[in-house]
Design a protein around this ligand. Sequence first.
Ligand code: UDP
Length: 454
Amino acid sequence: MDKQSTTSKAHCLVLAYPAQGHINPMIQFSKLLEYQGVRITFATTRFYSKNSLKVPPSMALETISDGFDDVGPTQAGSPKTYIDRFWQVGQETFAELLEKLGESKNHVDCVIYDSFFAWALDVTKSFGIVGAAYLTQNMTVNNIYYHVQLGKLRAPLTEHEISLPKLPKLQHEDMPSFFFTYEQDPTLFDFVVSQFSNIDKADWILCNTFYELDKEIIDWFMEIWPKFRTIGPNIPSMFLDKRYEDDEDYGITQFKSDECVEWLDDKPKGSVVYVSFGSIASFGEKQMEEVACCLRECSSYFLWVVRASEENKLPKDFEKISKKGLVVTWCSQLKVLAHEAIGCFVTHGGWNSTLETLCLGVPTIVIPYWSDQSTNAKLMKDVWKIGIKAPVDDNKIVQREALKHCIEEVMKSEKGKEMKNNVLQWKTLAIKATGEGGSSYKNILEFTNSLFQS
Ligand code: UDP
């Protein structure tokens, strides 16, 4: 299907948090709206757009400021300094942007804002524009933070076991990491919870997941927020139902991808362990050494993404290219996960990586780093039953023997076969949800139709 005419009047401004795991799905969602005839202006921070962002040519790109336009967030010194400054300057420059677009007869009909920016809704409303929150985390995590916002759950946790509506019982180890850093520094905890501070006022609440994955929680949320809709997984069409032939990748990269598909081509089916900890996680040298030694010693091939900033943590004698393994600084993760040589994915459990592995049918071994990743690990292990969580020692390190054991279990055991079967079933459901007539497809149509009617 070709993209519909862009002469349509509906114009969405999509405002994304400047991180790969937020930009990727929001660009992808924007593409789906374009296919329905919506015009897109994509916006993120000046620093991010200057250094890493090229949007697809059909979209306009605009920027706001986080207060660190030239030097970037790392120069802020602390998360608190960054967020305080961003929240102040971000609101001002976002209001200026809406004003500029209005004045240039480029009026915005709807702002789709990353829910990390609760303030964007207030600014949007002050212009009388429709506001749609876009949630980049899964339903269990939404549920947890929402209950904190309601005052029904607190940090630090006092209860042994956490019981929340429609969720399995959660242990401390399953909870987002910010519960445990709260006493040292509440900034990040307050930041993630603030997503829900004014969400009741949003005209739409869109979440990058699909109905079939979390039916009960979604039904529960829809009673509270009638305009809550699932619109995911927002990954390129070529990795779902292949409806849009030109939609082969997210179209943007923060890092330069290395070519590794050729290396995979001559490996037997299901024989390679793919290891990647996403765009942010930064494990210590000891953990990196244990992963490196495990991969060197285990009986499977491996492909390991070690970002340039992390390479100095590899053991000095570790071979980056050998018969058995390949280390790259970045890859097209979707192409890799889609390759039949891949047998399992050792992941940090970021939400995008989780959705991608579900859509491409690859079972997981999760080594969570921070944020919502422990919760995602719990879901993969006990709810969707597509993977295992690697056990840690007293120093919170996954030892090489423990990781080897996990790889054997997923790649070679009967339990591993079950995980593979389960993940293939989720894959089928994800493709169905995004395909014509599927749950997410219908929700996106409903959303775009509302834009055309307003
Ligand atoms: N990714 C990639 N190549 C890599 C590693 C990661 O393209 O070598 C992409 C991956 O497909 C996903 C995103 O980076 O879309 C990572 O998002 P996620 O939420 O999994 O983790 P985060 O980086 O936010 O911790």
